[in-house]
Design a protein around this ligand. Structure first.
Ligand SMILES: [Zn+2]
Length: 356
């Protein structure tokens, strides 16, 4: 009997020895840090290792956004089973998304709207997860990942093979509706679709930026996922320092060539605070891109009719890399031999932006 107990103890010690190193190897980066925070703030407990690896891993592998992760906790059975009051729920949202206690006016505003039924618990999250404060909170965590220089770039490969349906507001709270996304242009000489080429350049740019120490997130990772322009902006807002949107131009007139940056105008009604950064980023990238590629430099355009730019709460540039309807530009940009120059030009422009 004593022998059996002894071997049982030995077995327990062995298991403990096996388990402990696994626990010790849990990655101590911003993604696990963010998930740990949600365990604390939403569920009020320390994370279990399996759950922590699940949520941290999904964030690290870009399978979910920070906002999705927070929603996962707020709609978990564990949290729902507590049947919290509206006031407790709103307080949890303040702590989760804004990292602070609610002020009394904010608390009564949201509990009043929940009580009247003008918002529900799902939609009230939107306001919190789209806030500038939540974006800053996410950046603190995403910039704390291994190998990172502390800067996160969001790359938005324009369009998609499956176009997002419907309409979205031109800016936050705007009654002016625009198409959620469009199919984009197509190479008149190469036959390549814009969404295919934006994804190719995005993947090359991601590799280049990561090699330079940047942390990179993307608004889409394949050509089958529809992404509307508001969601594109929100992906960048939740965790990135800058947003680089990749596009190619198209016109009936085949003689028109060249690249340009599009940023918001100084009088942008929605996010004018990002104008200075966006204009400087647009200038850095277009000058560097054109000098690396020899593509004609058409400068920086300032306009308030780009949905994804208008929704960005971080410096944002939409880079039109050239005309796919112009023979020179189209054949240059679709030639894999030239793409490293294009990508280096963009990455050099990003380096210059953060260096100055
Ligand atoms: Zn486009």
């Amino acid at each position: 009997m004593r022998k059996k107990i002894l071997s049982l103890i030995t077995a327990i010690v062995m298991i403990a020895l096996i388990v402990v190193p696994v626990n010790a190897s849990i990655i101590d980066d911003g993604y696990n840090g963010f998930a740990t925070r949600l365990y604390t703030v939403v569920l009020g407990r320390t994370p279990d290792p399996v759950g922590l690896e699940y949520w941290g891993g999904r964030l690290r592998n870009r399978q979910i956004s920070f906002a999705d992760c927070a929603r996962g906790f707020l709609f978990s059975q564990e949290y729902l089973s507590r049947n919290v009051s509206d006031a407790e729920y709103v307080t949890t949202l303040y702590r989760t998304f804004l990292d602070r206690e609610p002020e009394s006016t904010g608390l009564s505003y949201w509990t009043g709207r929940l009580a009247s039924g003008s918002v529900n618990r799902n939609t009230v999250i939107e306001g919190f997860s789209n806030s500038v404060e939540f974006g800053e909170l996410c950046r603190r965590y995403s910039n704390n990942s291994s190998g990172s220089n502390g800067i996160t770039v969001c790359i938005d490969p324009g369009h998609s093979g499956v176009v997002a349906p419907g309409y979205v507001p031109l800016g936050p709270g705007s009654s002016d509706m625009k198409l959620a996304d469009t199919s984009g242009t197509r190479g008149r000489y190469s036959g390549v679709s814009e969404y295919v080429l934006t994804m190719q350049i995005a993947n090359l740019l991601r590799t280049e930026l990561e090699a330079r120490g940047y942390n990179v997130i993307m608004t889409r990772y394949d050509n089958n996922t529809p992404v509307d322009c508001v969601t594109r902006a929100q992906t960048g807002n939740n965790g990135a320092d800058i947003m680089v949107r990749l596009h190619f131009d198209g016109l009936d007139n085949a003689s028109v060539s060249g690249a340009h940056s599009i940023v918001i105008a100084p009088n942008n009604p929605w996010n004018p605070q990002t104008y200075a950064g966006s204009a400087r980023l647009g200038r850095c990238i277009i000058d560097s891109y054109c000098s690396a590629t020899g593509i004609r430099n058409r400068g920086v355009s300032e306009q308030n009719n780009m949905t994804g730019n208008n929704w960005s709460t971080i410096p944002c540039v939409l880079l039109e890399m050239g005309f796919m309807t112009n023979e020179h530009d189209d054949l240059y940009m679709t030639n894999p031999a030239n793409q490293p120059s294009m990508v280096n030009g963009i990455a050099n422009g990003i380096d210059a932006y953060f260096a100055s």
